[in-house]
Design a protein around this ligand. Structure first.
Ligand code: 13P
Length: 284
């Protein structure tokens, strides 16, 4: 069965020092582009939708139906994960799990630590009873992906250790200077802290805000225990730039097969470059 949770995928990635890409999808074209590319390169893939994307697409059942349906229709064989990105409450995570997601992130990172741990524990209890993996966040990833604009707040080592020990979470996002969206100048990630958190918690780490980070820094993250890297912004920019070019060349175009379904090739190019950079090709 190609539909899996993240536990074994990330364990193997951490051991073999590569990262599995999480690609956020915004439309059906996105999904085709991501799955076709991952299948072609034989890479495991994590399809991510945050609550705002789930709602825009129609709801949790639409997301699951769309992904499982496409896998069936196209006969993809690679392992894929349907992941709730930045789940904002226990209720969101439960709703996703009940609908067929195989993995959830509970992002209670804006709450005080005790409350973050308490809600994460509740999600882990429910998720593990259903063979679903859970990701949690300590500190704040900056930017504006899902929960409104957030300032960067670096993760504290002891808080990360407590989170993992007390909740049994499967992987962890320690915010270490990455941001959703565009970086102002070169990213300044806490590599020493990343190494220390990886060694102290022993769970695979997750890097949010994967767009716009230089290749050498991505390799440094993977070297320090990062086994999952999330990417959204680069695909959005590439898709819309391509779409603008297509429309600029012919203002009379009205057939989606000649507009958005062609512009999706720009997403394929980005996803291919990320799979090769993260080293997840031929790991399916
Ligand atoms: P970017 O939009 O910066 O690539 O971040 C994506 C992300 O981390 C989704 O959770």
């Amino acid at each position: 069965m190609p539909k899996v949770n993240m536990v074994e995928l990330l364990k193997k990635a951490k051991e073999e020092k590569y990262a599995v890409p999480l690609i956020n999808i915004d439309t059906l074209e996105w999904l085709h582009a991501v799955m076709d590319t991952a299948q072609r390169l034989q890479s495991p893939i994590i399809i991510g939708t945050a609550p705002f994307q789930v709602e825009r697409l129609g709801g949790v059942h639409t997301v699951v139906g769309m992904i499982d349906g496409l896998v069936k229709d196209k006969g993809y064989t690679i392992p894929y994960v349907i992941h709730l990105d930045h789940g904002s409450s226990f209720e969101w995570c439960k709703k996703a799990i009940d609908a067929g997601f195989t993995s959830v992130m509970i992002d209670a990172s804006s709450l005080p630590l005790e409350e973050n741990i308490a809600v994460t524990k509740e999600v882990v209890y429910y998720a593990h009873a259903h063979n679903i993996s859970v990701e949690a966040e300590i500190g704040h990833v900056g930017g504006d992906e899902a929960n409104g604009s957030k300032e960067v707040l670096y993760a504290d080592l002891n808080e990360c250790v407590r989170m993992v020990k007390e909740t049994g979470v499967d992987c962890l996002t320690p915010a270490l200077g990455s941001v959703h969206g565009d970086y102002k100048g070169e990213p300044k990630l806490g590599f020493d802290e990343m190494q220390a958190i990886s060694e102290a918690t022993n769970v695979p780490l997750v890097l949010h805000g994967g767009s716009g980070i230089p290749d050498y820094q991505i390799r440094m993250c993977i070297e320090r225990g990062t086994a999952k890297i999330n990417v959204a912004t680069e695909n959005r920019r590439a898709f819309h730039n391509r779409l603008r070019d297509i429309l600029a060349k012919d203002a009379l175009l009205i057939d989606p097969l000649k507009t958005t379904w062609v512009a999706k090739e720009a997403i394929e190019e980005i996803v291919e470059s990320k799979i090769l950079l993260f080293g997840s090709n031929n790991k399916a």
